[in-house]
Structure formats: C-alpha cells, structure tokens
Design a protein around this ligand. Structure first.
Ligand code: ATP
Ligand code: MG
Length: 138
C-alpha cells in the first residue's frame, strides 16, 4: 500500500537555485510525483498552513519567511511516504541533520530549512488539498 506526503521546497531553497537538485533527490529516492507547482503563499496562507504553531515565538518569523518569495509544492507518493520523506529531509535544525539529507545539503538555518514534509497521513491529505484541487492530483 502506498501513501502520500506533501512537500514544499521553501523560499530559501528556491532562491538559492536548488529546485532541480531537490526534485532529483526526491524522485531517485523512490517518490512518485502526483502533483507539482511553483506558487507563492500569501501571509494569510502561511498563517493558515502553520496554524498549529501560532503560539510559538518563531511564528511571525515563520509566516514572513514562508510568504516572502515563491515555493514549490508537490504531492509525493510512496510506501510509508510520511516517515520515509521525513527521514530523507532530516532534522528540523540542519546542524543536527544526518549527512546526505536534504536539510544537511541545502538548508541555511533552523528557520530557513529548505523543505517541508507532512507529519502524519491525515495532515498529508489536508495539506495536499490546501495546495491542489482534485484535478491537479494524478
Ligand atoms: P516542517 O513542518 O516545515 O516540515 P518540521 O516538522 O521539521 O518542519 P516543525 O516543528 O513543524 O518542524 O516547525 C515548522 C517550521 O517552523 C520549521 O520547519 C522551521 O521552518 C520553523 N521553526 C521551527 N522551530 C524553529 C525555531 N526554533 N526557530 C525558528 N524557526 C523554527
Ligand atoms: Mg512540521
């Protein structure tokens, strides 16, 4: 049984020119792309997407960062997609991320950490619908 996860290539990684390298790493690690686009979150979109963190001290910084320039959003499919993708991206803080992980390779800091991955199957479905209509998911 396969499942899905929602990836965002965050503004820092898009600005730094890493879209191609990250997508290559993701697909060569066995993930199939079910939906894909370049888009930009409004401040309100970013507030909504990261709503669970609204009480955290870093929330305003996170919202500003995520809405400052374009991102790439993608729905990825694989067996055990959520956990396997989180292993591929590495720890939230790139200084603690394992060698070879996307955050170790391409992230700048704990705040500007190159990629997002869903944290549960349920959130993956919610986040996929946040970014894509049914017609945009294959
Ligand atoms: P994501 O949800 O983006 O995949 P994550 O699940 O590894 O990341 P979360 O705890 O969900 O981490 O935090 C969401 C995002 O908030 C982080 O990816 C990072 O961009 C930002 N963030 C988390 N902790 C901090 C912090 N201490 N200082 C600044 N920004 C932070
Ligand atoms: Mg998270």
């Amino acid at each position: 049984m396969t499942s899905i996860t929602l990836m965002m290539i965050k503004p820092d990684a898009v600005e730094n020119g890493y879209i191609g390298k990250i997508i290559e790493k993701v697909t060569s690690s066995g993930f199939k792309i079910r939906a894909l686009k370049l888009t930009q979150l409004s401040k309100q979109d970013a507030e909504r997407f990261y709503h669970v963190h609204k009480e955290r001290s870093f929330y305003p910084e996170l919202v500003n960062f995520m809405s400052r320039s374009p991102i790439v959003a993608a729905v990825l499919e694989k067996k055990n997609a959520v956990n396997d993708f989180r292993n591929l991206i590495g720890s939230t803080n790139p200084l603690e991320a394992d060698e070879g992980t996307i955050r170790k390779l391409y992230a700048t800091s704990i705040g500007e950490n190159a990629v997002h991955g869903s944290d549960s199957d349920k959130n993956a479905e919610i986040e996929a619908s946040f970014h894509f209509s049914g017609r945009e998911q294959f």
